[in-house]
Write a protein that binds this ligand. Structure first.
Ligand SMILES: O=C(O)C1=C[C@@H](OP(=O)(O)O)[C@@H](O)[C@H](O)C1
Ligand SMILES: C=C(OP(=O)(O)O)C(=O)O
Length: 434
């Protein structure tokens, strides 16, 4: 599937984008391992979260899908999973695989985890290392890549782990393994990362402590089922925050968006660039802060992105690079080497596409320098990365000529229905089969 963007247009209206991907993965995992029935609403029916759902079904958990976004998980308790007869296929999802590694390390049975070509090229050493220290046995392919074979029946020991990189996936993996470990498991992070795992564990009645930057829990407890209302995904809303900011005449209301402070880097960065973004109706839903976000067109200027905003905006940089391309002056990003190990190398993939559109940029090991300018048209390669596809789609609003975005199938991993919603809001997008 490819997107064709006709130049111009603006973004107007009101929309609730699909559910948060991080919270959707976790709702299935913790719901499955809880005692009792967990009802999830607002679940993201994207391929990544559905792969996690299928993995737990394959391990004997009854999970019903009702009307849009309503999912009912019949918890089996921390020790109630059954061995799957086939490898568990996590598709495109780094989150699914890395969090599952932690949980599977604590089971009594062996399992194999696999995924698509993108996932099988991503580094898993970052979770294998701490899990091995805890006593797990995990065999990987060359370079610590999937497929992974995780041996069951290992006695795990609580450890303290200093995360070498700011990664919520690694933090969550270690904490989830800690549920099965003897004694206390604790982590420190080089910078705060999304804390949905900690919040949801607490919501399921499992004590998680945070003291002087050390996050810890004691193994051997149990999870009690709790209902979960998944907020709209700020990472999906981000495409429209940028789209409305760059297209004159835009005025958009994004409703019920998750605004957990570990996720709002995109709002902070856009505001530093001059964006007109206001939050209203701030409330808490199931332990997660939620708000309605209004965004109106405003001229943007280039900035040096503060490094402390990198973790809370980690998935939003492809979209933010489009904002930088449309801004007046130079934008500099450093300290973001993690972007190189996402679904694609997002620094390289974005630099390539920006160059195609005539935007000057310099690639750094850990970031990029982008000179704002005029966007031409051209053919963009997504490297099978959903966020690259949607970022170049919104670039059409400011392009001089049509943009064709090739290989857009992966958009369904995080944002099913993106093209329809974007078109309703004013993006001049059409979809063709490859
Ligand atoms: O924990 C999570 O749900 C996620 C953590 C982040 O990955 P890292 O932990 O690799 O930074 C993010 O990029 C990913 O989309 C979702
Ligand atoms: C990096 C992402 O997801 P994951 O690591 O779960 O594949 C993302 O959605 O941008």
């Amino acid at each position: 599937m490819r997107f064709t963007l006709s130049p111009g247009g603006n973004i107007r209206g009101q929309v609730r984008v699909p559910g948060d991907k991080s919270i959707s993965h976790r709702s299935i995992m913790l719901g499955a391992l809880a005692e009792g029935v967990t009802r999830v609403s607002g679940f993201l029916e994207g391929e990544d979260a559905l792969a996690t759902l299928s993995a737990f079904r394959a391990m004997g958990v009854e999970i019903e899908r009702h009307s849009a976004g309503e999912v009912v998980v019949q918890g089996v308790g921390l020790h109630g999973l059954e061995a799957s007869s086939a490898a568990l296929d996590l598709g495109n999802a780094g989150t699914g695989m890395r969090l599952l590694c932690g949980l599977m390390a604590g089971q009594s049975f062996d399992c194999e985890l696999t995924g698509d070509a993108s996932l099988c090229s991503r580094p898993m050493g970052r979770v294998i290392d701490p899990l091995t220290l805890m006593g797990a046995k995990i065999d990987a392919q060359a370079g610590g890549r999937p497929p992974l074979k995780i041996s069951g029946g290992r006695a795990l020991q609580g450890i303290h782990y200093d995360l070498p990189m700011a990664s919520a996936q690694v933090k969550s993996c270690v904490l989830l393994a800690g549920l099965y470990a003897d004694g206390r498991t604790s982590v420190t992070e080089p910078a705060p990362t999304r804390d949905h795992t900690e919040r949801m564990l607490r919501g399921f009645g499992y004590p998680v402590e945070r003291k002087n930057g050390v996050i810890s829990l004691e193994g051997g407890g149990c999870l009690e089922a709790a209902d979960i209302d998944v907020p709209a995904d700020i990472s999906s809303a981000a495409f429209f925050l940028v789209a409305a900011s760059i297209a004159p005449g835009s005025d958009l209301l994004l409703t019920h968006v998750g605004v957990n402070p570990t996720r709002t880097g995109v709002i902070n960065i856009l505001r530093l660039m001059g964006a007109d973004i206001t939050l209203s109706g701030q409330r808490e839903v199931g332990g997660e802060p939620v708000a309605d976000i209004r965004v109106r067109y405003a001229p943007l200027r280039g900035i040096e992105i503060p490094e402390d905003q990198v973790p809370p905006a980690i998935d939003e940089f492809p979209a933010l690079f489009i904002a930088a391309a449309c801004a007046e002056g130079r934008t500099v990003l450093r300290g973001a080497e993690e972007l190189r190990v996402k679904e694609s190398d997002r620094i390289a993939a974005m630099a390539e596409g920006l160059t195609t559109l005539g935007i000057e940029n310099d690639v750094l090991d850990d970031g990029i320098i982008i000179e704002g300018g005029t966007l031409a048209g051209g053919e963009i390669h997504t490297h099978m990365d959903h966020r690259i596809a949607m970022s170049f789609a919104i670039a059409g609003l400011r392009a001089q000529e049509p943009i064709v975005v090739l290989d857009c199938d992966h958009v369904a991993t995080s944002f099913p229905g993106f093209d329809v919603l974007a078109s309703e809001l004013g993006l001049r997008i059409s979809v063709q089969a490859d």
